[in-house]
Structure formats: structure tokens, C-alpha cells
Write a protein that binds this ligand. Structure first.
Ligand code: NAI
Length: 260
């Protein structure tokens, strides 16, 4: 799973899964663009990669803003001479609340970050992936909205994550003619900083009495680490997965087996 000579762009690269993937891809030999709307964390990830002898550059961009996404993609190509791998990963939980209490602004914030951000990242990457002869796009969806539907107040988040999978499959079919693969990963219960961009209001009104057997998740009984997700991203980015496209790959330590 070597990526020598490849160029990767990672959104949400300043923290959690994106940070771990940026480091893993850089260790495998890729030059990495770390894109995040929080530039300080993105620059810290870049510094850590460079300390290990890797190549990386940070771009401040909000994935909801088309011009910022376009500029980050162009900047990556100018800096490293092309683009081969795109990890559309930036996302938020946003407001978790009963549907009837969710404001339109809260709805838009989550949908625009998770779904529109994925669209813009993929859209502006396509011309560059095509001109480098193909590539791999990986999209971070979730178990929520795809294999599990039981977290209270997650209707908006889950809808955005289901739509990302539909988008990944449509894109896989459309882009196969140019040698571009597109896959969605469905993580569950990863220990990251996602909670910092999670807000909850009146959730008790829609909560169920859900009791999970212990250990949970059943395979390991502990949250997944971002590094364990990064191994899957590395596989999907590399030629080791050259016949895999349009796939949704569950990585949840068996969580969905018990929490549908
Ligand atoms: P995290 O909060 O640790 O990292 C997300 C990064 O995305 C942050 O650095 C944040 O600044 C950045 N970001 C957020 N909104 C942005 C925007 N509009 N523009 C640019 N950057 C933005 O969270 P984590 O867990 O690493 O999340 C990454 C992805 O994984 C998200 O799409 C999330 O929905 C997904 N996910 C996470 C799971 C978990 O258990 N942690 C489970 C399933 C999916």
C-alpha cells in the first residue's frame, strides 16, 4: 500500500479521522494537502508530517464555500504538480434535536457541511484527477443513516450521511470512464474530537430505552481509533483496492449488528 509519487487532498484534516489519514498517507509516501476551516490544527498536522520527513501543506477552507474549496484544490495541484487521491471527510454532527424543534439554519449547517461539502470537494477535484489519469476518492459517511437508525435526534445528520453514500455510488458510475474510483466508508464509534462540533437540545423527548449487551461494540468493546480508520483509507487510496469502486465499507467493530 505504497503511495510514492501520489498527491492526496484531505478535508477535515486538522483533527480525528482526517488527521490520522493525513499522517498515514504521508507515511506511505504521498504528498498531502491538509484542508480544514480551522487553520491552526491543520498547520499542526502539517508540522508533524514534516517532522517525520513527509511532504504536506495546509489550506484554510470551509467546505461549504465553493471558492475556498476550488482554491484549496488548485493550490494543491500548483504545490505538488497533480492530484491522485481525495479524502472528502470534513463533517459535523451539528444540532441533535427532535425534528419538530430543528431550525432551518441548523438543518442547512449539517447538510451543507456533510453533503454539499462532499459535492464541492469532488466536483473541483475531478478535472485534476482526470488529467493525472485517474485516482481514488474516499468519502466519510457513517453507520448512522446507512446501517443504524436509532440515535435520537440524528435525523438530519443521518440523512446527510445516507445521501453521501448515494452520491458516492453515482459518482463511481459516472467517473469510472476516467479511471476514478469512488468509495464510501461507514465508521461507527470512533474516538475523535467530533463532540466539539455537536450540539444537543431537548433530546430526552425522543430518547428510547436502548440497552446494549457488554462488551459494546461486540468485536473489541472499545471505540475505534482514528488510526484504525486511516488504515482503511490508505487501502482504498492505494492500488491494493484497484477493483473496488462504488462500495460502502462498514468499519464499526460489529456495532451495527446490535444497534440497527
Ligand atoms: P473531528 O471533529 O475530530 O474532525 C473533523 C474535522 O473537520 C475538524 O478538524 C473540523 O475543523 C473539520 N471541519 C468541520 N467542518 C468543516 C468545514 N465546514 N470546512 C472544513 N473543515 C471542517 O471529527 P471526526 O470524527 O474525525 O469526523 C470526520 C468525519 O467522520 C465526519 O464526516 C464525521 O461525520 C465522520 N464520522 C465520525 C464518526 C465518529 O465516531 N467519530 C463516526 C462516523 C462518521
Amino acid at each position: 500500500m505504497q503511495l510514492d509519487g501520489k498527491v492526496a487532498l484531505i478535508t477535515g484534516g486538522g483533527s480525528g479521522i482526517g488527521e490520522a489519514a493525513a499522517k498515514a498517507l504521508a507515511r506511505a509516501g504521498a504528498a498531502v494537502a491538509v484542508v480544514d476551516f480551522r487553520v491552526g490544527p491543520a498547520e499542526a498536522v502539517v508540522a508533524a508530517i514534516r517532522d517525520e520527513g513527509g511532504r504536506a501543506v495546509a489550506f484554510a477552507a470551509d467546505v461549504r464555500a465553493e471558492e475556498q474549496v476550488r482554491a484549496a484544490v488548485l493550490g494543491t495541484v500548483e504545490q505538488f504538480g497533480g492530484l491522485n487521491i481525495v479524502f472528502a471527510n470534513a463533517g459535523i454532527n451539528g444540532m441533535q434535536t427532535p425534528i419538530e424543534e430543528m431550525t432551518l439554519d441548523e438543518w442547512h449547517d449539517t447538510i451543507e457541511t456533510n453533503l454539499t461539502g462532499t459535492f464541492l470537494t469532488v466536483k473541483h477535484s475531478i478535472p485534476h484527477l482526470r488529467s493525472t489519469g485517474g485516482g481514488s476518492i474516499v468519502i466519510t459517511a457513517s453507520v448512522n443513516g446507512n446501517t443504524t437508525f436509532s440515535l435520537p435526534g440524528y435525523a438530519c445528520y443521518s440523512s446527510s450521511k445516507a445521501a453521501q453514500v448515494a452520491f458516492a455510488k453515482m459518482a463511481a458510475g459516472e467517473l469510472a470512464r476516467w479511471g476514478i474510483r469512488v468509495n464510501a466508508i461507514l465508521p461507527g464509534s470512533v474516538k475523535t474530537n467530533l463532540g466539539e462540533r455537536t450540539y444537543r437540545r431537548n433530546l430526552e423527548k425522543v430518547t428510547y430505552d436502548l440497552r446494549m449487551p457488554q462488551p459494546f461494540p461486540p468485536l473489541t468493546g472499545r471505540p475505534i481509533t482514528p488510526d484504525e480508520i486511516a488504515e482503511l483509507v490508505l487501502f482504498l487510496a492505494s492500488d491494493a483496492s484497484s477493483q473496488i469502486t462504488g462500495a460502502e465499507i462498514l468499519i464499526d467493530a460489529g456495532l451495527s449488528l446490535l444497534r440497527a
